[in-house]
Design a binder for this molecule. Structure first.
Ligand SMILES: [Zn+2]
Length: 321
């Protein structure tokens, strides 16, 4: 079976917890993935909200150095990909095809930051995390303003240098600015707010989960602009305690498919970045999830798109040059 996963925090966990990429106690380890046929994994370097500017770049580069050491130690199992030819080469050799992303755009907010992103082969930038940064305001910032001038300028540069923009974590006004900029935009790991509103019991956690999710209008805009929506496996973004496994994933997917999302729906697991129901907690659980969704009636052609083809089409375009 094939999987193209749009988001995990494994690179940061490897660095902060000194865990190996192979055989470690993480959601993603390279041995767990050996049963997969094709595996493309976006590895995000998450920038904590307390780090800004040079401190953010320094942290990014430290995590990246550690990640590169891990990939070279396991070069029979994983390959960091810059171009389509790298991707094809990794997949033909049954390796995990790794693509580098950054969650929180602070490291690249200074003048010529885009060149640093390009030099490090970052292919996707999640513009903010939950708080405010140099580019805009996250979904927890409490601010309703759109992207800052620096954010709008970086988006233009990203488009020019074929780096996609990720609106997961961004506030609503920033989302609309990103969409109307004409940049290539995805929500790498965000679920349906409508499903959460209908199914979760009222709580503080529910209201945060809703802000962190996409309403129907946002989902339709992402579909219209040729973007992607990666389903996040985080417990509280799927449902209530005990109802946050396979069935909840199905609910979010069915809703997005009903809105016309057949060519946009994808997987954005958030592995190693959050608490996940044991049913879903690890790259080795993906085949059982697909089996469950097939039994729920999603046909194989659509499952192929969700688990691999939609994301593969999008990123082959990004990796082209
Ligand atoms: Zn995230």
């Amino acid at each position: 079976m094939n999987i193209f996963d749009l988001h995990c925090d494994t690179a940061g966990e490897c660095f902060n917890r000194k865990m190996p990429l192979c055989d470690g106690n993480l959601h993603i380890n390279l041995c767990k993935g050996e049963q997969l046929d094709k595996w493309v994994q976006l590895f995000a370097i998450w920038i904590p909200d307390e780090l800004r500017s040079k401190a953010a770049l320094e942290y990014f580069e430290n995590v990246l150095l550690n990640f590169k050491n891990e990939t070279s130690e396991n070069n029979d199992k994983i390959q960091l990909c810059q171009r389509v030819s790298d991707l094809d080469n990794a997949l033909n050799n049954k390796k995990c095809a790794a693509i580098l992303t950054c969650e929180g755009g602070s490291p690249f907010a200074e003048k010529d930051g885009i060149l640093i992103a390009k030099e490090h082969c970052v292919k996707l930038i999640t513009l903010t995390w939950n708080a405010e940064n140099e580019l805009g305001y996250g979904c927890q910032s409490g601010v309703d303003s759109g992207l800052k001038p620096v954010g709008k300028e970086l988006l233009k540069q990203m488009e020019k240098h074929r780096i996609a923009a990720d609106v997961s974590h961004l506030n609503r006004a920033g989302f609309y600015d990103a969409i109307s900029s004409g940049a290539r935009v995805i929500a790498s790991h965000s679920n349906s707010e409508d499903v959460l509103l209908k199914t979760r019991k009222d709580s503080e956690d529910k209201f945060f989960s809703c802000r962190r999710s996409l309403n129907d209008e946002q989902i339709k805009l992402l579909i219209e602009c040729g973007g992607l929506i990666g389903i996040n496996f985080c417990k509280s973004f799927l449902g209530d305690e005990g109802d946050d496994g396979f069935e909840a994933v199905y609910r979010h997917m069915a809703h997005i498919l009903d809105l016309g999302g057949e060519n946009a729906l994808a997987i954005g697991s958030d592995f190693d970045g959050c608490e996940i129901n044991p049913e879903l907690a690890g790259i080795d659980k993906i085949p059982a999830l697909r089996g469950f969704l097939a039994r729920k009636g999603i046909n194989n052609l659509i499952l192929d798109k969700i688990f691999f083809e939609n994301s593969n089409n999008f990123f082959k375009n990004i990796l082209q040059s």
